[in-house]
Design a protein around this ligand. Structure first.
Ligand code: BGC
Length: 812
């Protein structure tokens, strides 16, 4: 069953049934000020950091689901309703939510009135703008009482939820004209406040939550709305909110716009006050003034659209299949931008409190957006590298607000350092900017021990070399990419975290074949980089380590039909036919086949066939098989999940593209694309009631074949699935891949495709690419022409001449 449809022209998903199987959300803002918004206007806002600068309050995992948001209540004399159906849940005559690229439009109709709300964060603005348009479609004059609503969060989203003995006494607001200011803690250590304004005179307001709702009412029945009369309350402690009251009269056919601005301000210490206890409102007023007419708001929205027109024009494909095109051209790229902004911190599955920016996550995310905003990727690489330790290890996460490593999580995840090579190389291949390697980058944010980014890559590489186990494979540490494979944890205390509790590495033989494959892939990248920089001795040294690792994997990492996954603390195989459960894992098949290990001897083909046979399912490739059915103390969290969920044999979508890329290495386009379609959200739109999460973005996990409900997805939006799918489909399957010396065109497509067209902007030139497939092959290059002239190779030069070039590639 579907709950809406794609509008590709406007780059929107249009939801026409508010009872979606789960809140289907969108993100506003992509720089400093952010909001999450559901299809019924639930959600919240924050500045940079969802934990430390939470601006409005939201209740996760509540009953009903999705409670709290940016609501409008309309009392038309007959009914009380909200344009997004919730929170009132009054049946609407019609409902529509358009989730667009960084904006959302929610429209409800009731009793002859249309209420349409446009929500977005204008570029370079620390505020969310909401334009409410009320239209009278009836033949009579209509009088409405309109109430806005948002609830302030007391900044730190964690203490806001627990420290009530303090919180209930600290809340402070100011009301001036049509602006409600939230200034809790401003008079002591905070340099910031928030505000909520509307561009018309108001007829009243409320800022005390209980007065607005009545102590025993929910979001669906605020007392003042029912009474049609605000109480003009000024909050002192308890829970401050902001609600404007506006009386509106509309003639038949008349429309009126009301512009609300929900913003955030920081003031310097000596500019905090206008007079005693009166905050300096200058910056807030400046922002409000920028959006005080409909024309200004529409112009800001047009700027936002233009910004995205540009970003989304860099890579486009015309494959002849709308479901592929809309993902590659619009939604997958958009999701990559969102994961770039938030890593895994704030979604409807991530509370914004628990996690900051992941070291490995952010490096992988980078591959999905580096073509769009290389300068921000550059900054991100430096930020990430700055949290590395001098021995190459690194903090697993850092906080976006202060960019410091997160002590609560610490380090010791031995795959982390290698991803920095991926991030840096992806950036350089896209931009040609080798200069980044000379940037001085601190260790653990200590500038006194700063060294070049290149040196950071060297210590990343050597972190593996210096931490090898008894077989010569990399020691796993706390875990590798699979956070839940905790081979040194041995936890029998339910109150400790698998990731951060004492790690018994002393005497451990736990090694990871996945890190070994990763090391071969990014070790080779490191070698090539060294050669480009003329560091031949270093290249030769590194090459030796890589070659040795390939031999070690063949010797100790091969199980006969597939690659084993790891060795445990005691040196016993994991992911081997000898094991009773979890005989095979996806990760090592992905990385070892991407590295082409044993390709000549047929190991890659065998491993990929084993994946097809044992891990593939209707809804994607599961992580391991058979699933664990009991807790193994020596394996950790992975065996804590019920069979078929998350890292225990779920379809963990992040790693499916590794197999797709592996299939392209052996030239099996049919299989690669078959896997792609199984997890591609636009292909799952028809089964939305099973799939549950948004049909326009990837989810982290779909319940696997051993689960109670195979096919049900969880954890949408913030997942490495976004960048890895984009990377796989654009660079390896469509095969348009940036290299140091140009754009490589090496597609691997289904045999029944006749070809495809694509546009790629790359280092200052535009490539109009046409791929044709007359012989019904998947891979291989028969002929290349550039601007009509035969060309010797499928590595197309980086022309950098600002011109358009026609590239034709014949597969054969
Ligand atoms: C984490 C990743 C990790 C993956 C697999 C995700 O939730 O963000 O860092 O690689 O889970 O465990």
């Amino acid at each position: 069953m579907k709950y809406g449809y794609f509008d590709d022209k406007n780059r929107e998903y249009i939801i026409n049934n508010p009872r979606t199987p789960w809140p289907w959300i969108n993100y506003l803002g992509n720089e400093d000020f952010f909001s999450l918004i559901s299809n019924s206007a639930g959600g919240y806002s924050f500045y940079k950091d969802a934990k430390f600068r939470r601006i409005t309050r939201y209740r996760y995992n509540n009953v009903p689901m999705d409670s709290g948001g940016k609501y409008f209540y309309i009392n038309d004399g007959e009914s009380i309703w909200s344009p997004g159906w919730k929170p009132c849940k009054t049946e609407l005559d019609s409902y529509e939510c358009r989730h667009g690229i960084n904006y959302t439009i929610i429209k409800g109709e009731k009793n002859g009135i249309t209420a349409r709300v446009l929500y977005f964060v204008p570029l370079k603005t620390w505020a969310e703008v909401q334009k409410l348009t009320l239209t009278n479609n009836s033949k009579k004059v209509i009088k409405l009482k309109v109430f806005s609503f948002t609830e302030w969060c007391l900044w730190n989203a964690a203490s806001d939820m627990e420290n009530f003995q303090r919180n209930f006494s600290t809340g402070e607001v100011e009301i001036e004209g049509s602006v409600i200011y939230h200034k809790t803690e401003y008079k002591e250590r905070r340099d910031h406040y928030a505000y909520y304004s509307v561009n018309v005179p108001i007829q009243g307001y409320d800022t005390d939550r209980e007065s607005f709702f009545g102590l025993y009412n929910g979001f669906d029945e605020p007392q003042v709305v029912a009474e049609g009369k605000p109480k003009n309350t000024e909050a002192h402690g308890w829970s401050p909110i902001a609600s404007h009251f506006i009386e509106v009269e509309l003639k038949p056919g008349e429309s009126k716009d009301f512009i609300f601005v929900l913003g955030y301000v920081e003031n310097k210490e000596d500019e905090k006050w206008e007079s005693k206890n009166v905050i300096n409102k200058k910056k807030a007023k400046e922002t409000i003034a920028k959006f005080n007419t409909s024309a200004k708001v529409e112009a800001a929205l047009a700027d936002l659209r233009k910004y995205w027109d540009n970003l989304l024009s860099i890579y486009t494909v015309d494959s002849g299949d709308d479901r592929i095109d809309r993902m590659v051209n619009i939604w997958n790229q958009y999701q990559c931008m969102i994961t770039f902004c938030f890593s895994r911190s704030a979604s409807f599955f991530e509370s914004g409190i628990g996690r900051g920016m992941g070291f490995r996550d952010s490096n992988q995310d980078l591959t999905g957006f580096v073509h769009q905003i290389p300068e921000r990727a550059r900054e991100r690489i430096i930020d990430i590298a700055s949290t590395q330790f001098p021995d190459g290890g690194c903090y697993h996460q850092y906080q976006p607000l202060n960019k410091r490593g997160n002590n609560d999580i610490g380090g010791g995840f031995n795959d982390d350092p290698l991803w920095l090579i991926l991030g840096s190389v992806s950036y350089i291949k896209e931009t040609g900017d080798f200069g980044i390697l000379n940037e001085k980058v601190p260790f653990d944010n200590d500038v006194s021990v700063a060294r070049s980014l290149f040196d950071h890559l060297t210590v990343s590489f050597d972190h593996v070399v210096n931490n090898l186990g008894p077989h010569g494979l990399p020691l796993i540490g706390r875990a590798d990419w699979n956070d839940c494979l905790n081979l040194n944890c041995f936890s029998n205390d339910p109150d400790e975290s698998f990731q951060t509790t004492e790690n018994k590495t002393e005497g451990s033989k736990a090694e990871s074949v996945m890190i070994a494959g990763l090391f071969v892939v990014y070790g080779r990248d490191y070698v090539e980089l060294c050669k480009r920089l003329g560091k031949d001795a270093e290249a030769a040294r590194a090459q030796k380590h890589v070659d040795t690792m390939v031999d070690v994997i063949k010797k100790y990492g091969w199980d006969g039909e597939w690659f084993i996954r790891a060795y445990d603390y005691y040196g016993r195989k994991i992911g081997s036919n000898d094991n009773e459960e979890a005989k095979i894992f996806i990760e090592s098949q992905g990385w070892c086949t991407m590295a082409g290990i044993g390709k000549e001897e047929g190991l890659c083909t065998k491993a990929l066939n084993a994946v097809k046979e044992r891990l593939d399912s209707k809804y994607g490739i599961v992580l391991n098989n058979p699933a664990f059915t009991r807790y193994y103390i020596e394996y950790g969290e992975i065996s804590s999940y019920p069979a078929g969920y998350k890292e225990n044999a779920g379809v963990f979508c992040h790693n499916n593209p590794w197999i797709m890329i592996g299939e392209t290495v052996v030239g099996n386009g049919d299989r690669a694309w078959d896997y792609y379609k199984k997890i591609c959200p636009s292909y799952l739109e028809e089964i939305s009631d099973l799939h549950k999460t948004e049909p326009y973005v990837y989810a982290q996990m779909v319940a696997g074949k051993d689960a109670f409900k195979p096919g049900e997805a969880k954890n949408s939006w913030l997942t490495g699935t976004a960048s890895w799918n984009f990377y796989a489909v654009t660079q390896y399957m469509l095969g348009i891949r940036p290299e140091y010396d140009g754009l490589l065109i090496d597609p691997c497509i289904p045999t029944d495709w006749k070809g495809f067209k694509a546009t790629r902007k790359f280092r200052g030139a535009t490539y109009q690419i046409e791929v044709v497939n007359p012989d019904q092959k998947s891979k291989g290059i028969k002929e290349v022409t550039i601007d009509g002239m035969p060309y010797k190779s499928n590595l197309i030069p980086a022309f950098g001449d600002g011109k358009e070039h026609k590239v034709k590639v014949v597969i054969g």
